[in-house]
Design a protein around this ligand. Structure first.
Ligand SMILES: [Zn+2]
Length: 404
């Protein structure tokens, strides 16, 4: 028996975008540590996001599924990528394995030009799949980069100036236009600007099949915070301004922004520190999977930026729907898995990296006092996390095919 009196029971969170790096860069994170952090943060399903190591053929997808089955603590699925004209022909076979989200970029280092984007959209669409796009315009980025380099800029703020709001706005609008014309489903990764939110809002009104996510860091930090945290807040897209933060919260409230994902992308201190002198040399990304739920409860629900039902919609139900796990995941009802989180909305605790279960020993939220924490996490009836302790062992996680 579990006593949840005076507390709240919510569905386990479905994190649609997290980098667990396994098996290539396990000094940063692996499936076991990353999903231990997830479980401690009330996340019971994760969609692992490809990064530098390609997951773009049926064999590579199988390898990744094997790693997950062996070492994940929570149920998982995968994004394939990075997609381009050379691996386009693998889409049907990958989709047959149940991996139906394909990642692409509108900018370097995985730049796909318009022709490539359209070819990918046709292919994903024919295979009942999503094209998941990193949306920042290469021309805008490149023009700024040349200017910044000519000026010898290596300070942390130079990274924020590299891809301004215009870069995201242009890329999002292009993706929406192409997806609308082709009738494809496009999902925009980690939205960071008010212009991006507005473009998605308009696209939905006209019936384009576009969805979007934002992440805890874009809801809580602005580029000004880079003055203090420097390279530790380097990420792609970069942080924007207070008006963007407000627009993202509003987007969550009115449905323009469908989901919140962690975009967990930890780098070590050794990979971050060089950025104080030369920001271009620092790793871009932050650990986020364990703090996502307390951040959204504290900064969102308890500060009345979003309601509890909105929180559940954007963190549980919508991601389960978008990636094809609904109604098995993302909701509490009879046919669903017993993926449950007990949260204490009144519990106040200080964030300390030392208390977190991730591999890296830092968090951008160090010292933040958050109100609202998970106290117990259950996956298919098994208690994974209780009283600040991860109890789960690897071996019971299931790979979730995307039912799209
Ligand atoms: Zn990512």
């Amino acid at each position: 028996m579990v006593d949840a009196r005076g507390r709240l029971v919510i569905p386990g969170l479905v994190d649609g975008h997290a980098h667990l790096y396994d098996p290539a860069f396990t000094y940063r994170e692996d499936f076991t540590t990353g999903t231990a952090a997830a479980a401690a943060g009330g996340v019971t399903t994760v969609v692992e996001m490809v990064l530098t190591t390609p997951v773009d053929s049926p064999d590579r997808v199988r390898v990744k599924i094997d790693v997950g089955r062996r070492s994940s603590l929570i149920d998982f699925s995968l994004h394939a990528g990075m997609m381009n004209l050379n691996n386009l022909q693998n889409i049907p076979a990958i989709a047959d394995l149940g991996v139906r989200s394909f990642k692409t970029f509108t900018c370097k280092p995985y730049y796909a030009d318009d022709h490539t984007l359209m070819s990918l959209m046709r292919e994903t669409s024919m295979n009942h799949s999503i094209l998941d796009a990193h949306a920042e315009d290469e021309a805008v980025a490149n023009e700024n980069l040349q200017r910044l380099q000519a000026a010898g800029r290596m300070d942390p703020m130079a990274h924020a100036e590299w891809k301004p709001n215009l870069a995201e706005e242009r890329a999002v609008k292009k993706l929406i236009q192409l997806a609308g014309g082709i009738g494809a489903r496009v999902h925009i990764s980690h939205l960071s600007t008010r212009e991006g939110v507005e473009a998605i809002r308009k696209a939905k009104r006209t019936g384009v099949k576009a969805t979007a996510e934002t992440c805890p860091h874009y809801l809580t930090f602005t580029r000004k915070d880079m003055k203090k945290q420097g390279p530790y807040l380097k990420m792609n897209p970069s942080l924007k301004g207070p008006k963007d933060v407000d627009a993202l919260w509003r987007g969550l409230r009115d449905g323009a922004v469908d989901i919140v994902t962690s975009e967990h992308a930890p780098g070590t201190r050794a990979e971050k520190e060089p950025g104080w002198k030369d920001i271009w040399k620092a790793w871009g990304g932050v650990p986020a999977i364990e703090t996502m739920l307390p951040i959204l409860l504290s900064e969102g629900v308890n500060k009345h930026r979003i309601t509890l039902p909105t929180f559940q919609r954007v963190c549980c139900e919508n991601p389960a729907r978008i990636f094809g796990f609904y109604p098995r995941k993302g909701v509490i009802r009879e046919e669903a898995d017993a993926d449950l989180v007990i949260v204490d909305l009144k519990l106040r605790r200080k964030v300390k990296a030392a208390d977190l279960h991730q591999k890296v020993d830092w968090t951008p939220y160090e010292g933040w006092v958050l109100k609202g924490w998970p106290v117990l996490t259950m996956r298919r009836g098994e208690i994974l996390f209780q009283d600040n302790e991860v109890l789960a062992k690897p071996g019971a996680a299931e790979f979730l095919p995307m039912n799209l």
